[in-house]
Design a protein around this ligand. Structure first.
Ligand SMILES: C[S@@+](CC[C@H](N)C(=O)[O-])C[C@H]1O[C@@H](n2cnc3c(N)ncnc32)[C@H](O)[C@@H]1O
Length: 338
């Protein structure tokens, strides 16, 4: 049977809708971890709290889409199934914006009341998917700074601080987050690892407010400051707002190195050309629907140039290009500023 591109496209779209829900829920509940290495899965002997009937329906579906096979009433995950299910945490951040889509009818009428991000799922996914960026930042801190303490603006669940502290002992961590859930979660995690911490709930853009508290707590520490995907949260697409924000940080902490990691807005011609291998279109969609101003690389570079900081190192991730275009566009950029 000859299958046209549009038929394949429709199948993929519909499958994505169902699989994203299933994989996110089974991943968050640790169910995937409990089955991923099993040679065979016997649902009748399943010890989870889940309904065996529903699990069987899901595994029958997995068989139909090539994630598993069925042998003597047991399910066996295929290589494809294992490869996809293992990466369940990649589904968390996009899925955390589910309420925007379940309530799209309201959103289209400008009613934003039900369009709320699932912050628990969002910070859980952020910490896990950002790991490969964290590794580069940790290596930089270890080799290029004499930092003794960290300020993380938009600390989430403190995954960066905890990962850093594992390889490079810090004296103190100061965190800022406007979400109460993030503040509670990060304090709990930092305490669990006996890391001396102070986390305040406030808008990270209000540097004057949190810097007073940070200075009081950190005293004479050598500070490194991290901003993981925070610029687009506070940018409002305003160049001058971000320059002012960065310059205020420089004024309050003149000697500190700043680490900025940001998603990049890429021209649609490049994205549509690479549409089968990137989920940046989906990332841009939910960021834009939730009023977060993801900047282009040109705008981001210009902002830094106009600020009182200099770039000391830059790492591009997941570069995309069109075959007839020389220029490469990073999907994400990690900047070290001083
Ligand atoms: C993408 S998450 C990053 C979390 C964590 N640092 C990481 O990399 O895994 C962004 C965090 O910034 C917080 N945030 C968003 N806007 C903020 C603002 N204006 N002020 C303070 N925190 C903010 C969110 O609540 C969330 O925890």
């Amino acid at each position: 049977m000859d299958i046209s591109d549009f038929q394949k496209n429709i199948v993929q779209n519909l499958r994505g809708f169902y699989l994203t829900q299933i994989i996110s829920y089974l991943g968050k509940s640790n169910y995937i971890d409990s089955i991923i290495n099993k040679k065979k899965i016997d649902i009748n002997k399943d010890k989870s709290v889940f309904s065996k009937k529903v699990l069987k329906i899901i595994f029958d579906y997995f068989c139909n889409v090539g994630f598993s096979i069925k042998k003597n009433n047991n399910y066996i995950l295929t290589e494809l199934g294992k490869d996809v299910l293992k990466r369940y945490s990649s589904y968390f951040v996009p899925h955390s914006y589910k309420n925007y889509f379940y309530n799209l009818g309201n959103l289209l009428k400008n009613d934003k009341s039900k369009a709320i991000v699932d912050r628990e799922e969002n910070i859980l996914g952020s910490g896990k998917t950002h790991l490969r960026y964290f590794i580069q930042a940790i290596s930089f801190i270890k080799t290029k700074t004499k930092a003794t303490s960290l300020i993380d603006i938009g600390i989430g669940n403190a995954d960066f601080a905890i990962n850093l502290n594992r390889q490079y002992k810090l004296q103190k961590i100061f965190g800022v987050d406007y979400s109460k859930i993030s503040v509670l979660r990060s304090i709990k995690s930092l305490n669990k690892y006996n890391i001396n911490n102070r986390v305040v709930q406030c808008d990270g853009a209000n540097v004057k407010y949190w810097s007073k508290k940070a200075k009081k707590f950190l005293k004479n520490e050598n500070i490194v400051i991290s901003l993981w995907f925070l610029i687009h949260e506070i940018s409002n697409n305003s160049e001058s707002k971000i320059i002012k924000f960065l310059n205020e940080i420089k004024k309050q902490f003149p000697g500190a190195t700043i680490i900025i990691c940001e998603l990049v807005n890429i021209p649609y011609e490049i994205l549509s050309y690479n549409k089968e291998s990137t989920f940046i279109p989906e990332y841009l969609l939910f960021h834009q629907l939730s009023s977060q101003g993801v900047l282009s690389i040109e705008k981001l570079n210009l902002i830094i140039k106009k600020s009182n900081y200099k770039v000391i190192q830059k790492i591009n991730f997941d570069e995309l290009k069109k075959n007839n275009v020389q220029k490469k566009y990073p999907s994400c950029v990690l900047l070290f500023l001083k």
